[in-house]
Write a new protein. Structure first.
Length: 96
């Protein structure tokens, strides 16, 4: 059994350029990039996007210079004390 309408699932050079430029400019995670790019490139798969990012050195984006937080140790609390560590949540607009 073969597909009724065979088609190539590889990306064109323009689609590759679009995907890599989008990743470089937005710094979004892989799944978010995939959702946005699938609107314009419907046959784009998660695997192809991940592989493309790896080939272009975009699978792990460099951290921003001031984004490293200073790690601190917890204070010594008595037994039975519950410590909740709350951190900032970053929104799509980049606000905390």
């Amino acid at each position: 059994m073969e597909p009724k309408a065979p088609h190539s699932s590889s990306l064109t050079e323009a689609e590759k350029a679009t995907a890599t430029t989008f990743r470089r400019t937005t710094h979004l995670p892989l799944d978010d990039c995939l959702l946005m790019l699938q609107r314009f490139i419907p046959h784009l798969t998660r695997y192809r996007l991940h592989h493309l990012n790896q080939r272009h050195g975009l699978s792990r984006l460099p951290r921003e210079a001031g984004s490293k937080t200073k790690r601190q140790t917890f204070s010594a609390y008595p037994t039975g004390y519950l410590h909740l560590d709350i951190c900032d949540v970053r929104t799509a607009e980049g606000q905390s």
